[in-house]
Design a binder for this molecule. Structure first.
Ligand SMILES: O=C(O)C(=O)C[C@@H](O)[C@H](O)[C@H](O)COP(=O)(O)O
Length: 334
């Protein structure tokens, strides 16, 4: 199945197809001398499957984990690309989860003022969420995604087969982003998680999430309004990630806790809690609340005294609110 994403920067297809990684080269077509970027967390069989199709291309493999989304890794990869004589006609191919996509995408966005890139997500989180929309970034001084650019990929290859090698924890954290999109935009998507057989609907979960994301990105490519809704759960979620120095909880786990922190409607909160329990996702943590408030106030999206947060009072209808310092404190029960 092909989903076409229309943006001002460029239009591109998401190819959602079982087994598409095995025929990546055929689908991608002419792309100069590609540079492959992956991480040590991507099983060798997937890396080999891509490398076999591009035997002449260098594959740059960074260590697995959020620490790789750094200025040091970014600059190291750019130097390597220069060394490999990568030209403006060549293409970066990212194979991995959100970290690889964000890092490789930002390398593509910044190298020689921007070259094409292809994203091949290998985690649930990156398939349903981060691989589309063109947000590329690295972290700076503990602030997530502080340095980056909107740089849309040229093709996204979403192959659900790669999920077979994912741990249950990684699968669940990715589901958290799909749950989020259900909460803000698609009650039917959320409802799929309210039954124990949700894994039987994996393809539908992926498709519906991609459709939510596509529509939002098409309406608001650079996050001036509607796209902010995709930040549901992220304001406190990013603060939890920073508090634990990006290594105790996974991104999706923090988003789950962030949604529970911010949600006020008791009935919805109960439904979300039941879904998170089903997915084995944490709902709260022992972070110091004063420090969390401080981190929220320093969020890159805070606007001096206020921050725009996303609230959901009715399932499928996220809305934006401006919160001041006091409301941020109240939000976490201080
Ligand atoms: O694509 C978007 O827009 C999103 O907000 C998706 C988020 O789930 C994702 O975590 C995103 O990378 C966060 O972006 P940021 O702008 O808060 O750094």
């Amino acid at each position: 199945m092909e989903i076409e994403v229309h943006t001002r920067q460029r239009n591109y297809p998401i190819i959602l197809e079982h087994g598409v990684l095995a025929r990546a080269k055929e689908v991608i077509g002419e792309c100069g001398q590609p540079v492959l970027i992956s991480d040590t967390g991507v099983p060798e069989k997937w890396r080999n499957l891509l490398q076999q199709q591009y035997p002449q291309s260098p594959m740059i493999v960074v260590p697995h984990g959020e620490e790789s989304k750094s200025i040091a890794q970014w600059s190291g990869i750019l130097s390597r690309m220069l060394e490999e004589n990568v030209s403006r006609k060549d293409v970066v191919i990212a194979l991995g989860g959100g970290v690889v996509g964000d890092l490789a995408g930002f390398c593509a966005a910044s190298y020689k003022r921007g070259i094409r890139w292809v994203n091949i997500p290998t985690t649930m989180l990156s398939i349903v969420d981060s691989s589309i929309g063109g947000k590329t970034a690295v972290d700076l001084d503990g602030i997530k995604n502080c340095v980056g650019a909107f740089w849309q990929p040229s093709v996204v290859l979403a192959d659900p087969e790669v999920l077979s090698s994912l741990s249950p924890r990684l699968l669940s954290e990715g589901m958290a982003e799909a749950v989020k999109m259900g909460m803000t935009h698609d009650p039917g998507l959320f409802a799929l998680f309210e039954h124990d057989d949700y894994m039987d609907h994996l393809d539908e979960i992926i498709y519906r999430s991609l459709e939510v994301k596509r529509k939002v990105v098409e309406h608001d490519e650079e996050e001036n309004g509607e796209r902010m809704l995709l930040n549901f759960g992220h304001t406190y979620g990013h603060a939890y990630e920073s508090y634990y120095e990006m290594n105790r909880y996974l991104h999706g786990e923090c988003v789950g806790m962030g949604m529970m922190t911010i949600l006020k409607n008791p009935e919805l909160k109960q439904r979300l809690s039941a879904v998170l329990t089903r997915l084995n996702l944490p709902q709260s943590c022992d972070a110091d609340r004063e420090e969390i408030c401080q981190l929220v106030q320093n969020d890159k999206k805070a606007d001096h005294d206020t921050i725009t947060i996303v609230q959901v009072d009715e399932l499928g209808k996220g809305h934006l609110e401006k919160w001041n310092q006091e409301e941020i404190r109240e939000g976490i029960g201080l």
